[in-house]
Design a binder for this molecule. Structure first.
Ligand code: NAD
Ligand code: IPM
Ligand code: MN
Length: 353
C-alpha cells in the first residue's frame, strides 16, 4: 500500500502517444491501496524550441526526489536544422541516466507466443528465446570525453573516448552475475571487442573472471560483439544474460528487439540498484518521427516498461499481471492494425478484468 511519486516525461513524437497508454495500464494494474501521485514534466523538443531549456537544474533536483520515472522518448527528426543532434539525447536522456546513476540499463528480450519474429522456424525450432541484456549505463563512449580539432578543415580530427573504470565495470558485471544466478539457466555472456579495444577489454575481461569465482553456479562465456550479431540471428536461444558496455549494449538491444517481435515490444529499465535516486523506465525505441502523431505506434514497449517499473518498486504480482495481459493481447492480434489507444485500452481491460 501507499502512494508512488511518479515523474512522467512523455517527451517527443510517439513518446506522447505511448506514455498515456502505459499510464492507463499502470493504473489498472496497481495493487489495491497503491496509488500513483503523478507529476508531468514538460521536457523535450517543444520546450527546447520554445525556451531554449533542455533540463533546468531545478527540474533535475525535483526529479531526484521522485519514486520512479516513466519516459516516452526524446529526440527530433534526424537532420532538423533547429534541433542539432545530441541536444536532447545528451542534455536530457543521458543527463538523467548519468545524474541518477542508472548504471544498469536492463533490456529483456523474449519471443512471446503470438509475437512475430522475422527469424524462420528453422532458426527458432520452437525453442524459447528469453534473454536479458545488462547494458552499462553511465560510462563507455557516452560520457562526452573527446573533442574535435580543426573543425571543417581537411585536417579535422574528432575523438570520442570510451571511459571504463574498474568501479563502473565491476558494479554492472556484479549486477549481471546476480541476475544470472537467479535465472533457471544461470548463464552469463560477456560481449565486447577485446581483440581490438584491448585497454577497455582487459578491464571487462579481468573483472568478469574475478567475479565469476564468486558465482560458481553461473556458466560464463565470452563473445566478440560482431560475432554476437551472427549468433543473435542464427541461434538466439543460446543467450541468457548478456553483459556489455554502453555502446555495444545500445546496438545489441535494437537487434534483440527486432528478432523478438519488433521494436514496438522492447522495454527497458534504467536502474539505480542502490536506490540512491529514482530509476527510469522507457521503451527502447525513439520518438519515431516517421509515424508520430498518427496513432500508429505500438504502445506495448511502453506498457511493458511499466511492468518493469512495478517490479522494481516491489510489486512483482502486478508486473506479472501486465505481462500476462500483454501476452493475451499478442496472441489475439489479427492482421488489422489497431490505433495506439485501442491497444492500450485492450491491454488495460485485460489487466482490470
Ligand atoms: P526510432 O526507434 O525512433 O525509430 C526506428 C524505426 O522504428 C522507425 O521506422 C519507427 O517508425 C519504428 N518504431 C519505433 N518505435 C515504434 C513503435 N512503438 N511502434 C511502431 N514502430 C516503431 O529510432 P530513430 O528513427 O533512429 O530515432 C528517432 C529519434 O529518436 C532520434 O532523434 C533519436 O535520437 C531518438 N531516440 C530516442 C530514444 C530514447 O528516447 N530512448 C531512443 C532511440 C532514438
Ligand atoms: C536508447 C537510445 C539512446 C542511447 C540515445 C537516444 C541517447 O538509442 O535508449 O537506446 O543511445 O542510449
Ligand atoms: Mn538505442
Amino acid at each position: 500500500a501507499g502512494s508512488i511519486d511518479l515523474a512522467v516525461i512523455e517527451g517527443d513524437g510517439i513518446g506522447q502517444e505511448v506514455v498515456p497508454e502505459a499510464l492507463k495500464v499502470l493504473e489498472a494494474a496497481a495493487p489495491s491501496g497503491v496509488t500513483f501521485n503523478r507529476t508531468a514534466y514538460d521536457l523535450g523538443a517543444e520546450r527546447y524550441l520554445r525556451t531554449g531549456e533542455v533540463l533546468p537544474d531545478s527540474v533535475l533536483e525535483e526529479i531526484k526526489g521522485q519514486g520512479a520515472i516513466l519516459l516516452g522518448a526524446v529526440g527530433g527528426k534526424p537532420g532538423d536544422p533547429n534541433l542539432p543532434p545530441g541536444i536532447l539525447e545528451r542534455g536530457l536522456l543521458l543527463k538523467l541516466r548519468f545524474a541518477l546513476d542508472h548504471y544498469v540499463n536492463l533490456r529483456p528480450s523474449k519471443i512471446y507466443p503470438g509475437s512475430v519474429s522475422p527469424l524462420g522456424d528453422h532458426v527458432l525450432k520452437g525453442e524459447d528465446v528469453d534473454f536479458v541484456v545488462v547494458r552499462e549505463g553511465t560510462e563507455g563512449p557516452y560520457t562526452g570525453n573527446g573533442g574535435a580539432l580543426r573543425v571543417g578543415t581537411p585536417a579535422e580530427v574528432a575523438t570520442e573516448v570510451s571511459v571504463n573504470t574498474a568501479f563502473g565495470v565491476e558494479r554492472v558485471v556484479r549486477d549481471a552475475f546476480e541476475r544470472a544466478s537467479k535465472r533457471p539457466r544461470k548463464k552469463l555472456t560477456l560481449v565486447h571487442k577485446t581483440n581490438v579495444l584491448v585497454n577497455a577489454g582487459a578491464v571487462w575481461w579481468r573483472l568478469t573472471q574475478e567475479i565469476a569465482s564468486e558465482y560458481p553456479d553461473v556458466t560464463v562465456d565470452y563473445m566478440h560483439v560482431d560475432a554476437t550479431m551472427i549468433h543473435l540471428t542464427v541461434n538466439p536461444q543460446r543467450f541468457d544474460v548478456i553483459v556489455t558496455d554502453n555502446l555495444f549494449g545500445d546496438i545489441v538491444t535494437d537487434l534483440a528487439a527486432a528478432i523478438t517481435g519488433g521494436i514496438g515490444l522492447a522495454a527497458s529499465g534504467n536502474v539505480n540498484p542502490d536506490r540512491t535516486y529514482p530509476s527510469m523506465f522507457e521503451p527502447v525505441h525513439g520518438s519515431a518521427p516517421d509515424i508520430a502523431g498518427q496513432q500508429k505506434a505500438d504502445p506495448t514497449a511502453a506498457i511493458l516498461s511499466g511492468a518493469l517499473l512495478l517490479d522494481h518498486l516491489g510489486h512483482p504480482d502486478a508486473a506479472a499481471a501486465v505481462e500476462k495481459a500483454v501476452l493475451a493481447d499478442l496472441a489475439d492480434r489479427g492482421a488489422e492494425p489497431r490505433k495506439t489507444s485501442a491497444i492500450g485500452d485492450a491491454i488495460a481491460a485485460r489487466v482490470a478484468g
